[in-house]
Design a binder for this molecule. Structure first.
Ligand code: SAM
Length: 299
């Protein structure tokens, strides 16, 4: 038989529900780290990859089927993995077979697997290597010679949204919305970009994949939308522009099944905030013989 809840129990439950509504889930990447509850339907889930022709990219799966490396690139259990098909698009357009592809923040090794699939040579570093073909190094100080790689792909921590490792040098421990206004995070990312620029050959390309971030301000009035927006994409783009020429900016649609399950869309309406729907993909070119590409103001 159903027991009526006491007033104290009722208000404790309401407090817990309010807390759940007000705290967005960690900003996960599309499909990351989620064990599917039931088998995905076979068939059109992984359509063949075709070269993207617009600046809006979307694909229904994190991974693609490859006759060379199989249906998995990187590690599906890795929280924070890059969608493999995004790297596939980049390597198809901006590299040639035999090129050396660097990922200085290689995580689960998605870049290495896509490079191998396409006949390129992947070189991966991370502070917390997950497999033998990833070397331990800080992306700000790579054991590579100047002008020694043909393409760089970077998917950095987007501030503190994922706990990658206990290494004090992990950039994922630096808060882009911290009391220093994110200075430590952006300084660290400037060093990563400068180091990638150093090792990249002239007239070759670099791509950086990133999302903005938003978090609720503690104690803000309900429905006020009081939160902290961190425009990480634009900030990193301005750091890239100091050194590299912009080639294009792509919006990559995020498929986050976790967000579909919870009450997050309702919370976003009620609390007046937006869930992250896309990642930026900045495509840049090193043109070392050109003048620095500073923004010009027109009068
Ligand atoms: C978003 S994940 C990369 C995901 C990867 N592309 C993949 O598909 O698995 C960011 C990575 O940056 C690494 N990282 C953080 N700070 C670093 C640093 N200073 N040097 C090298 N790697 C770092 C983290 O350990 C984490 O693996």
């Amino acid at each position: 038989m159903l027991r009526r809840r006491s007033r104290a129990e009722g208000s404790a439950l309401k407090r817990r529900a309010d807390h759940r509504r007000a705290t967005p889930p960690p900003l996960a990447k599309p499909g990351e780290g989620e064990a599917p509850r039931r088998r995905e339907p076979r068939g059109p889930r992984k359509p063949p990859l075709r070269l993207a022709t617009t600046t809006l990219w979307e694909y229904p799966s994190q991974h693609y089927d490859s006759p060379n490396v199989g249906p998995m690139q990187g590690d599906k259990e890795y929280v924070g993995a890059t969608p493999a098909w995004v790297i596939w698009q980049l390597l198809q357009r901006y590299t040639r077979p035999g090129d050396v592809i660097l990922d200085p923040m290689c995580g689960s090794g998605t870049t290495l697997d896509v490079a191998r699939d396409l006949g390129r040579t992947g070189v991966g570093f991370d502070l917390a290597p997950r497999r033998d073909d990833i070397q331990r190094a800080d992306a700000r100080r790579l054991p590579l010679q100047d002008h020694s790689v043909d393409f760089v792909f970077i998917d950095p921590p987007y501030s503190t949204h994922i706990d990658y490792s206990d290494d004090p040098k992990c950039i994922g421990r630096l808060d882009a919305g911290g009391p220093d206004g994110g200075k430590t995070y952006y300084d660290a990312m400037r060093q990563v970009i400068d180091e990638s620029f150093r090792v990249l050959r002239n007239r070759r390309y670099l791509a950086l994949y990133v999302s903005d971030s938003w978090r609720k301000k503690k104690g803000g009035p309900k429905g006020s939308g009081a939160g902290l927006f961190m425009p990480i994409g634009f900030e990193l783009f301005s750091l890239l522009r100091r050194r590299l020429q912009p080639v294009d900016i792509i919006a990559v649609v995020r498929h986050n099944r976790k967000l579909k399950r919870g009450n997050w869309h309702k919370a976003a309406e009620e609390e007046n905030f937006f869930l992250r729907g896309f990642n930026y993909l900045f495509i840049m070119k090193k043109v070392a013989d050109a003048a620095p590409h500073a923004p010009t103001a027109r009068r």
